[in-house]
Ligand binder design. Structure first.
Ligand SMILES: Nc1ncnc2c1ncn2[C@@H]1O[C@H](COP(=O)(O)OP(=O)(O)OP(=O)(O)O)[C@@H](O)[C@H]1O
Ligand SMILES: [Mg+2]
Length: 425
């Protein structure tokens, strides 16, 4: 097993780390070609995306002695520590100095970038120049670091690490599921949509939460519902205890019914356009307010047609309450914003309605903006109408989902599948 096997996904970063490790391990192979070993690498990005994990994989694969430097001392002592770490690394070269969380080395005041800590790191890097010392660092933000410190020659490469998306997120969830006792047929794609944009650490925590919930309920195995609850908790701060119960449903009758139909509307439109993609529908109570949420798998909207279809889903809630109660509910502002964002990219970046509406090709004039706004609002009307048509055509499923939602508070993909089957019979 290679040390890099601990990094799930992130193929292109992994390749780069493998190449760097090879250059650090087999220096002769490269020096015969006249190439000198790389001098430094900075991995930067949001918390929990795997920078430290990647750094340790590189260290292990390089086979070099390493010396870690993290800020865990008062300022004066810490500056001495930095110097000592570099001195030791030079003595034991070839070696690696690992500066973990480099942007936390200095206090967060106005002098931050000019602080003694960064000046010391920079002078130590320069002093180690003639030794075979590789400097590896991680940071959350490179804006916090002095430009002179991260320039080429000190750090040859600054690699941005972002939260996992698409297949990477699915693979990471699958990896964490594999170490737990789950019911066998859980599909990681079901939750990848809910966790889109969240870090590896958050994916790991969500899967673990599922285990804690199952344990508390005395279950032998973790099921899809536990996993969805774990994800909703981490990604949307919807705690399992806030999910609607029959008691609350009775107390808040009319409002709960309206929200149930609103969410059922999103679910019905989503299933009509992209069958099998709804992963969770729920109603929950937070600080005395009752709200709802519908989550679906990540939709592959790389073509213009599916991007347009995706913009119809947010209108499902409004279309449903219009049909059932005779009015569009007022909780739809977020839905409208979501549809507008999709259509904005559809029209002004992807050129779905012609090149003349593209942002990039023409000067951003008032006239262009006006034309774009008109085109977006016309498409929004068309999407709203299509949502109404789909809701009317699937009224039976709408009622079934809404009623079951009021009864259970949370429906997962499996529940939606069963309801669809029951309606079709
Ligand atoms: N690609 C990955 N595959 C599997 N697990 C990962 C991956 N990346 C990170 N993790 C896990 O996520 C958790 C956080 O990772 P890590 O500490 O490396 O993040 P970080 O980017 O260094 O965060 P911070 O900025 O807070 O220091 C760890 O438990 C790690 O094992
Ligand atoms: Mg870290």
């Amino acid at each position: 097993m290679s040390p890099f096997d601990r990094i799930i996904g992130y193929q292109s970063i992994r390749k780069e780390l493998e190449r760097t490790a090879d250059a650090l391990k087999n220096t002769e192979k490269y020096s015969r070609l006249g190439a000198s070993a790389p001098r430094g690498l900075l991995l930067w990005g949001e918390p929990g995306v795997g920078k430290t994990l990647m750094a340790f994989s590189l260290i292990e694969a390089s086979g070099r002695k390493h010396f870690i430097c993290r800020k865990n001392q008062p300022d004066g002592d810490f500056i001495n520590d930095i110097r000592k770490v570099f001195e030791q690394a030079m003595k034991d070269a070839p070696s690696i100095v690992f500066l973990d969380d480099l942007d936390k080395f200095a206090n967060n005041d106005e002098e931050h970038k000019d602080s003694e800590e960064y000046v010391t790191v920079q002078s130590c890097i320069d002093a180690a120049k003639d030794f075979d010392v590789f400097v590896l660092a991680t940071a959350n933000s490179i804006d916090e670091l002095p430009d002179s410190l991260i320039r080429a020659g000190r750090f040859d490469r600054c690699v941005r690490v972002t939260a996992p998306t698409g297949q990477d997120a699915v693979e990471i969830i699958r990896h964490y599921l594999s170490s737990k006792t789950f019911v066998s047929d859980i599909d990681p794609e079901v939750v990848a949509g809910i966790m889109a944009g969240y870090s590896c650490a958050e994916l790991e925590t969500a899967v673990n939460k599922a285990g804690l919930l199952a344990g508390y309920e005395g279950c032998e195995r973790i099921n899809e519902r536990h996993l969805i609850l774990g994800c909703l908790d981490i990604a949307h701060r919807i705690s399992p205890d806030s999910i609607l119960t029959e008691k609350t449903a009775e107390k808040r009758g009319g409002l709960v019914k309206q929200i149930a139909y609103h969410e059922a509307g999103h679910a019905v439109v989503c299933e009509a356009l992209f069958p099998g993609t709804v992963s969770a529908v729920c109603i929950y109570e937070s600080r005395g307010e009752v709200s709802g949420l519908t989550a679906h798998r990540e939709i592959d909207s790389h073509d213009l047609h599916s991007q347009l279809l995706e913009a119809i889903i947010p209108f499902g809630g409004r279309a449903s309450t219009r049909l059932v109660f005779g009015y569009g509910d007022i909780g739809s502002v977020k839905d409208l914003e979501c549809a507008k964002t999709i259509l904005n990219s559809h029209i002004t970046q992807n050129g779905a309605l012609g090149f003349n509406l593209l942002d990039t090709f023409f000067e951003n004039s008032q006239e262009l903006m006006h034309l774009q706004e008109q085109a977006i609002s016309a498409k929004m009307e068309a999407c709203a109408q299509e949502a109404e048509r789909l809701i009317a055509a699937n009224r039976e499923l709408l009622t079934a989902i809404a009623n079951e939602l009021i009864r259970k508070g949370l429906l997962v993909a499996e529940d939606i599948r069963s309801l669809k089957q029951a309606v079709c019979q």
